[in-house]
Design a binder for this molecule. Structure first.
Ligand code: NAD
Length: 516
C-alpha cells in the first residue's frame, strides 16, 4: 500500500505539473513571465504531516533577483502607460485567471503549508476578494488641489514608488501574497516578492495565473529562497524603492535596517501576543467559542492569534472547564481531509519552539488544562509529523515567557483579572500591539476598554474578523504601516506636489517667494 507520505508527494508533483512546474528540480520562481529554476543552494521541503522530505528546490539567488527587478521595472512602465480604468479592468481579468484552478491551488497550499484544505480554499477566496477590491481603486485614486496663497495652481497626486519588494512568511502564503500584491499593482507599482523558503510554490503559481490572464509580462515576479541570500539581495537592491515585510520581529529589524541603509521606506507587519478579555457579563458560550477560534485556527500559526485569554476571576474555573471539554473535540488531523479543523505545525523548527515553550511553562509552574502533547487521534504515517494538540495552560503569571513571547502555535494561556482596570493593564503588558478583543454585554464598557487597548485591531464580542476593506497593522513590536483598505493602498504611493504658474507675468522669486 502507498504510504501517506508517498501519496502526498505524488499529489504534490501532479499539482506542480498541472501548473506547469514539471521539472525534476522544480522551477520555483516566476520571473519575467516564466517559471525559472534557482541556481543557488538546495532547499529541502519536509511534509508537515509526516516529517519526511517532500521535494528539493534551489535558492533563487542574487542574479535571479536582478533579473526580476529589471523585469518589474520594464513592466511597471508598460503598466503606467495604460489608463487607470484599463489597469482596473486588467486586474479584474487577471483574478479571473484563478477560475477553475481554485481547488488545485488550495490543495497545493495545503500539502506544503500543512494547513487544513478548507482553510486554504478560504484563502483562495480571500485572494480573489483582494484583487476585486483593489481593482476598483485603480481609477479612484484622486489627487487634490491645495488653495495656496499665490497665483499658482498647486495639485497633489499619488504616484507609485516604481518597483516594490515584498517578503512574506509561511503561515498563510497565498493570502499574504495576494494581500500585498493587489494594492501594490493597483497603485501602479511593479513587484518582486519573496515568499518564505518553506512555502515557495503557491505564490509563484498565483503570479503565473494572474499574469497569463491579464497583467503585463514581468509586472509581478516571485523569487524563492533563503532570507539571508535571496531575501537580502532583494532588500539591498538599489532599485527597490519600498519594502513591505510580513514576518517575525527579529527579521523585521533586519529588513528595516536594510531599508534604512539606503533610505528605502518600509512597512512591517510582525507578530503578536494578543489579549482576549472576557468580562463577568460576557455571553459565555460565544466567548468560549471565540477564544478557541482565536487561538486554534491555523493551529495558532496566525499573527493575530488570541494567545492570552484574560478572564474575570469569577469565571476562571468555568471557562477552563469548558475549554477542557471542548478542545479535545477540535478535529485535529491530516491537512488534506475535509473534516480537519487543525493540522500540524508547518515545520520542525516551529514544532521544537512550540513544544519547548510548553515544557518551560510547565516547569515554571503553569498547569495544563488540556493538551500539552501530540493529539491521540492521528492516523498511521504521521508519527514524525509536527502535530501539537490544542493546549490550554493556567496558573500562568504575566512575567512567564509563555505569557510574553509569541508561541505561534496552538497554545492558549488563561489568566484571571479582578476588575476592568487590571484587565486593561494586563492586556497592554506586552511589547506587541497587533490585536485584542473584549467580550461583554455592556456596550459602554466594550467601547471604553477597546479604546484603552494598545492594538491595531480590536474586536468586540468577536475575533479574527478581517476584511480587505479595513486597515490592518500593528503597534510596538507588531510593526508599523498598514495593509488592507485605503490605508493599505496609500502605503504603495507617495504624494507628489505639482505647482503650475497661472499669472501672465510670472516672476520666479529668490528665496521663498511672496505669499508662501
Ligand atoms: P520570519 O521572519 O522568519 O520570515 C519571514 C520572511 O522573512 C521569510 O520569507 C524569510 O525568508 C525572510 N527573511 C528572513 N531573514 C531575512 C533577511 N535577513 N533578509 C530578507 N528576508 C529575510 O517569519 P516566519 O517564521 O516565516 O513567520 C512567522 C512570523 O510572521 C510570526 O512572528 C508571525 O506573527 C508573523 N506574521 C505577521 C503577520 C502580520 O500581518 N502582522 C502575518 C503573518 C505572519
Amino acid at each position: 500500500m502507498t504510504s501517506l507520505h508517498q501519496q502526498d508527494a505524488d499529489t504534490l508533483f501532479q499539482l506542480l505539473e498541472y501548473f506547469g512546474i514539471d521539472d525534476d528540480v522544480p522551477m520555483s520562481n516566476w520571473v519575467d513571465g516564466h517559471f525559472q529554476a534557482g541556481k543557488g543552494e538546495p532547499i529541502d521541503l519536509y511534509n508537515p504531516a509526516t516529517g519526511q522530505l517532500l521535494v528539493t528546490y534551489h535558492d533563487a539567488g542574487a542574479d535571479m533577483v536582478n533579473l526580476a527587478v529589471e523585469s518589474a521595472t520594464r513592466a511597471q512602465q508598460t503598466w503606467m502607460a495604460l489608463t487607470a480604468s484599463e489597469r482596473g479592468r486588467r486586474m479584474m481579468a487577471a483574478v479571473g485567471g484563478l477560475q477553475g484552478h481554485e481547488e488545485a491551488l488550495a490543495r497545493l497550499e495545503s500539502i506544503v503549508a500543512g494547513k487544513p484544505v478548507r482553510d486554504c480554499r478560504a484563502e483562495v477566496v480571500k485572494v480573489r476578494e483582494m484583487f476585486e477590491y483593489y481593482a476598483g481603486w485603480c481609477d479612484k485614486q484622486h489627487g487634490h488641489v491645495v488653495p495656496v496663497p499665490t497665483s499658482h495652481l498647486n495639485y497633489v497626486v499619488p504616484v507609485p514608488y516604481g518597483v516594490v519588494g515584498q517578503i512574506t512568511p509561511w503561515n498563510a502564503p497565498l493570502f499574504t501574497c495576494g494581500w500585498q500584491l493587489a494594492p501594490a499593482i493597483a497603485a501602479g507599482n511593479g513587484v518582486v516578492l519573496k515568499p518564505s523558503e518553506l512555502t515557495p510554490f503557491t505564490s509563484a503559481v498565483l503570479a503565473s495565473c494572474l499574469e497569463q490572464a491579464g497583467l503585463p509580462q514581468g509586472l509581478i515576479n516571485i523569487v524563492n529562497g533563503l532570507g539571508p541570500e535571496t531575501g537580502a539581495a532583494l532588500t539591498h537592491h538599489p532599485d527597490i524603492a519600498k519594502l513591505v515585510f510580513v514576518g517575525s520581529p527579529a527579521s523585521g529589524r533586519l529588513i528595516a535596517q536594510a531599508g534604512a541603509s539606503r533610505l528605502a521606506p518600509t512597512v512591517l507587519e510582525l507578530g503578536g501576543k494578543s489579549a482576549n478579555i472576557v468580562f463577568e457579563d460576557a455571553h459565555i458560550d460565544n466567548a468560549v467559542a471565540g477564544a478557541q477560534a482565536a487561538i486554534f485556527g491555523a493551529a495558532g500559526q496566525s499573527c493575530v492569534a488570541g494567545s492570552r485569554l484574560l478572564v474575570h476571576e469569577s469565571l476562571m474555573d468555568e471557562v477552563c472547564n469548558r475549554l477542557a471539554r471542548a478542545c479535545p473535540e477540535i478535529v485535529t488531523g491530516l491537512p488534506g481531509d475535509d473534516d480537519t479543523r487543525m493540522g500540524p505545525l508547518q515545520n520542525s523548527r516551529q514544532y521544537q519552539h512550540v513544544t519547548t515553550m510548553i515544557d518551560h511553562a510547565v516547569r515554571a509552574g503553569a498547569r495544563i488544562v488540556t493538551g500539552g502533547g501530540r493529539p491521540d487521534t492521528l492516523p498511521e504515517g504521521t508519527e514524525e509529523g509536527y502535530f501539537v494538540a490544542p493546549t490550554v495552560l493556567r496558573d500562568v503569571t504575566p512575567d512567564m515567557d509563555i505569557a510574553c513571547e509569541e508561541v505561534f502555535g496552538p497554545v492558549l494561556v488563561v489568566m484571571p483579572f479582578a476588575d476592568e482596570e487590571q484587565a486593561v493593564q494586563l492586556a497592554n503588558q506586552t511589547k506587541f500591539g497587533l490585536a485584542g478583543a473584549v467580550w461583554t454585554q455592556d456596550p459602554a464598557r466594550a467601547h471604553r476598554v477597546a479604546h484603552q487597548l494598545r492594538a491595531g485591531t480590536v474586536w468586540i464580542n468577536s475575533y479574527k474578523s478581517i476584511s480587505v476593506m479595513s486597515p490592518f497593522g500593528g503597534m510596538g513590536e507588531s510593526g508599523y504601516g498598514r495593509s488592507s483598505g485605503l490605508q493599505g493602498l496609500q502605503e504603495y504611493t507617495v504624494a507628489q506636489s505639482v505647482w503650475v504658474e497661472t499669472a501672465q507675468e510670472a516672476s520666479v522669486a529668490m528665496g521663498y517667494g511672496k505669499g508662501l
